[in-house]
Design a protein around this ligand. Structure first.
Ligand code: AHR
Length: 507
């Protein structure tokens, strides 16, 4: 239960206090062969906006507007049973396979070559995952050769014969997916996976030394092996990998809105714990480089809803409706706050992917052959991606607090700031977690040389409002008319359950 009182919150900001650069890769996303993410999501050959490859133009436009940087592919749990070579060459000759992860039928109409065409059209960097569930070193080498070797080998020439003359130059590779999870096809112990990840990475670097390789970390901070998993895996693979992954979907409103609104507290804890564990391995192994974090699956996900349950029995459908959560305004506020947490940790989080991009726990929804629309969570993501530039600043935050069942006493305000020295633009992203009262905010800029460019807020009297194909515009980010600048102090009132962005520029 919330026991907040709405006294004033204060932020002090100084462009001298830099955490690290704003990384474009913080604004990554994820396309998995799951439900309707690929088929009828990004790929829908019968759609009026589809291109010659079957990719929906309306979805590509929304992906661009969302400001997505990297896209992880092809899974997720799906990748742990995937045979990538099923999905190359003439489409009519590709085999259909059972996808054990989602109890679905995979037609293999879209594979690596199609995905790379889509990625280029959407203007995103691919982040490829290899199967270390049912497969191993050789298959990882095979897909790397197919993707990145220019010519003159069996698999690079096969890619060229399949129509891609130039190598793809894919830099980021995930060494499997969620190998700590008992649900994962080919699940392993930390020691088993650590050895396999190290050997796979070593072999991949023999082919191409400058890859950026991501070892699997934990599927959530509540996994029983959390911490010891990272320690064991990194002890095996420290010198061979660059990043360790983190995944979290622990965030949903289960009737305790106060805790839900404070979800970023858990993300902060998760990131700090993984960084500390990686640094402990660094010290114990006398390593010099640092391992950073790829937060490559994160989102609000209502896992108990019926749409999250895969089909069963004899039913192996192609692209069933799965994980199609409808997001509320409160969910969007939490997503905005999770982005604040990721940015605040830009010194250690070097890459992140919201899961997922289209239809499956996604900011973008589609009707097969029909309309595409924006969910509530689209807005804080798009605005943060567009306006967070330059460096992330360390803000000093002084806020009234409230009690939560999950995280104890937490601040009502959460915030981060970015400063772009080149353009002289300072941007503050802020969340009011109060369920019932506006929060007066004062921002001390310690410098009178700014002008207020804009202040926008996303909130609604009805925090349960969600978008539909018929109405995705009734609740949009709107100008916050309470924002004012007086000398070096900005004041604004942040409505209950709201996400806001305040932009200032050097006068
Ligand atoms: O994003 C949905 C699923 O969540 C992914 O396939 C898996 O990696 C995670 O458990």
């Amino acid at each position: 239960m919330s026991t907040d009182n709405a006294s004033r919150a204060r932020l002090t900001i100084d462009p001298a206090f830099v955490v690290g650069p704003v990384r474009r890769r913080t604004f990554g996303s994820f396309v998995e062969h799951l439900g309707r993410c690929v088929y009828t999501g990004i790929h829908d050959p019968g759609h009026p906006t589809a291109d010659e490859h079957g990719f929906r133009g309306d979805v590509i436009e929304l992906v661009k507007e969302l400001g997505v940087s990297t896209v992880r592919y092809p899974g997720g749990n799906f990748v742990s049973g995937y045979r990538w070579e099923d999905a190359i060459g003439p489409v009519e000759q590709r085999p259909a396979r059972l996808d054990l992860a989602w109890h679905s039928l995979e037609p293999n109409t879209v594979g690596i070559d199609e995905f790379m065409i889509w990625a280029e059209k959407a203007g995103v960097e691919p982040m490829m995952a290899v199967n270390l569930g049912t497969r191993g070193v050789q298959e990882a080498l095979d897909i790397l050769e197919y993707a990145n070797i220019a010519r003159g080998t069996a698999l690079s020439d096969l890619r060229r014969a399949n129509g891609a003359e130039q190598p793809y130059g894919i830099s980021m590779w995930c060494l499997g997916n969620e190998m700590d999870g008992p649900w994962q096809t080919g699940h392993k112990t930390a020691a088993e996976y650590g050895r396999l990840a190290a050997e796979t990475a070593r072999a991949m670097r023999q082919m191409q030394p400058d890859l950026e390789l991501v070892a699997c970390g934990s599927s959530s901070a509540s996994m029983p092996t959390f911490g010891s998993w990272e320690y064991t895996v990194l002890t095996e693979a420290y010198e061979q990998v660059d990043l360790v992954s983190a995944h979290v979907y622990y965030y949903e409103d289960e009737g305790d809105l106060g805790s839900f609104l404070a979800s970023a507290v858990n993300m902060d804890y998760f990131i700090d714990s993984v960084a500390a564990t990686a640094d402990a391995v660094r010290a114990a192994g006398k390593h010099t480089k640092r391992i950073n974090i790829s937060f490559d699956e994160w989102n609000v996900w209502y896992q108990q809803r019926a749409e999250s349950r895969p089909p069963s029995g004899e039913d192996w459908p192609v692209a069933p409706v799965l994980l199609e959560d409808r997001y509320t305004v409160a969910d969007a506020v939490v997503v905005g706050d999770l982005l604040i947490s990721l940015l605040r940790h830009t010194d250690r989080v070097h890459s992140a992917s919201q899961a997922q991009l289209v239809n499956v726990i996604a900011p973008i929804m589609t009707e097969p052959g029909g309309r595409a629309w924006k969910q509530t969570i689209f807005h804080p993501f798009a605005l943060t991606s567009r306006h967070a530039k330059g460096d992330v600043l360390q803000v000093v935050l002084d806020s009234p607090t409230y009690q939560t069942a999950k995280y104890g006493e937490v601040p009502l305000l959460d915030a981060v700031a970015t400063y772009d020295a080149e353009g002289g633009e300072l941007v503050v992203f802020a969340v009011n977690r109060s369920q019932n009262a506006a929060l007066p905010l004062e921002i001390d800029l310690r410098d009178g040389g700014y002008r207020l460019v804009e202040a926008v807020t996303y909130s609604s009297e009805d925090h349960m409002w969600h978008a539909t194909a018929d109405d995705d515009t009734s609740v949009l980010p709107v100008a916050n008319e309470t924002a004012a600048l007086d000398g070096s102090v900005v004041s604004a009132s942040l409505p209950a359950i709201s996400w806001s962005m305040i932009r200032l520029a050097k006068a």
